[in-house]
Design a protein around this ligand. Sequence first.
Ligand SMILES: Nc1ncnc2c1ncn2[C@@H]1O[C@H](COP(=O)(O)OP(=O)(O)OP(=O)(O)O)[C@@H](O)[C@H]1O
Ligand SMILES: [Mg+2]
Length: 593
Amino acid sequence: MKRFRTRLIVALMAIILIVLTVVGLVIGQIVRSLYVEELENSLEREANLSASIAEEREEGNWEALAQNISSQLDVRVTILNETGEVIGETEAESEELDNHFGRPEIEEARESGKGSNIRYSNTLEAELLYYAVPFSYENYTYYMRLAIPVERINAINWLIWGTLIGCFGVALLIILYITTKVTNQLTKPITQATKTANELAKGNFSARAYGSAQDEVGQLTRSINVLAFNLESVTKENQEQQERLETLINTMESGLVFINSRGEITLMNAYCSRVFEEDTSEWLNLLYYEAMDEKEIIKLIQKIFLTESRTSATVQMLHELEVRFFHVYGAPVLGENEELRGIVLVLHDITELKKLEEVRKDFVANVSHELKTPVTSVKGFTETLLDGAMHDEALSRQFLEIMWKESDRLQDLISDLLELSRIEQDYFELNRTRFDMSSTITEALRLLESKAIDKHLLLTSRIDTGIYMDGDEARIKQIIINLINNAIIYTKEGGEVQVRLFEEAEEAVLEVEDNGIGISPEQLPRIFERFYRVDKARSRGSGGTGLGLAIVKHLTDAHGGRIEVHSRKNEGTTFTLRFPKSRNMEEEEFTNS
Ligand SMILES: Nc1ncnc2c1ncn2[C@@H]1O[C@H](COP(=O)(O)OP(=O)(O)OP(=O)(O)O)[C@@H](O)[C@H]1O
Ligand SMILES: [Mg+2]
């Protein structure tokens, strides 16, 4: 903007300078010619007067006459005779002067009766205005020449130029002041617009130019603002979309990897660090086969690069504590002209699914195994009976009793399985009522009393009365029976089993303690699994299938309760169950009464 202003000022000054110079020259010329004309006129009159004085003279002392005229008129006087010789001169010795017929004013006077000339005089060393007229003396033509210095013209010229320079100076100041004001007014909005444009170029789209002028600059300002607004909204939209996409990619529960056509990893979402158990953000821009260790994944990527077709595989990865399974799906990313731009990988953790599959397989194997034993034995005894044993009454009775026992076992097993699958179903519902837990437990104890006595066990109880709970009474009873049953089975003869019920922190706490065979710490976490038995032979001998605790666990969960087990091998086991006493129900009752 500075350059614009200086250029404007320089241009204006140049114009003014030229105009003033021309004006100065023209005025100077006019003044000079007016002055010279005036001077010439007065000199003409003086010359004519001097010539007439000279004509009337009788004796010819020309020097004296010249001196006389000169002193009266304050001019230089030169008198020439008919041959051009100087006969009277006021400013020099006449004899030293050459013939004057060659002087332009004399030549002119000889031709037209008067002559004038402005010229530098060597004699006086000054510029003089000469005026000459002829006059007659004793029938000869003499010449009278007057001259005055024209130095006043120069003085006037100086005056004119001085005035002009002064005017120029004043004009300069005024122009400087005005142009600064005007250019400021003109350039301010332009400066503003430029600043805004620069901000936009830097990426600051919230910048705006201010100015309401209706001229071109105002239009420019408005256009820049519209441009800025459009840029801002477009980038905002882009940003939002980008953010949405980023959030989606980073919150998805699968690993996402993008590898460009050169094999460099260009995108990895946050989940990838869980898949690879490494800080995968450092993998960006690395070659995939340098960053990754998993050979199977590298092979899969290579295959996609080669075949340009979709591929998937299940990959095992050794994580710190366990082996995890990932389903890796890879697809080529093709550009508009079908050229390969890269590949995209999606890694999905299927460890839980795999586990479920394992459980299902185990379950089928277990069930088959459990069913096979009684069925084989029933089949075997039936065959023996058919082969002839049925004719021996005592033997056939013994066999039939065994077969009856085995089928009973089969029935138990099947009903347990049905029970478990019912409980595990999503729509399994408890038949909730509010019941007295103390009396439920007392009932269960009564049912198992005889069994304890048969095994010579001491079955004791410490039941706090008046403990109510909201739940399915039959199921709770099933839980208690299962636990006491286990305690009786897994405690040697002469041992003791104690059942306790009390209230603690708004919870009903049920404890079943025995001093039986106990469970080793390695086995402890597994006892709630289906079909899990610590000592298979002994458990089966006692009719167990390993489903009891699985059912207990499921039912406790369904009631919102918790189970804890403390056990020491050969010392005894304590099962502690905590059930929430439904507070809502109590409140309801309170408000109803
Ligand atoms: N009180 C206990 N003391 C020692 N071991 C126990 C006790 N309760 C359970 N166990 C162990 O846990 C295993 C699983 O018990 P669970 O009740 O599920 O099966 P089970 O008693 O063998 O068969 P059932 O399905 O007939 O109950 C048992 O086989 C036994 O080894
Ligand atoms: Mg059991």
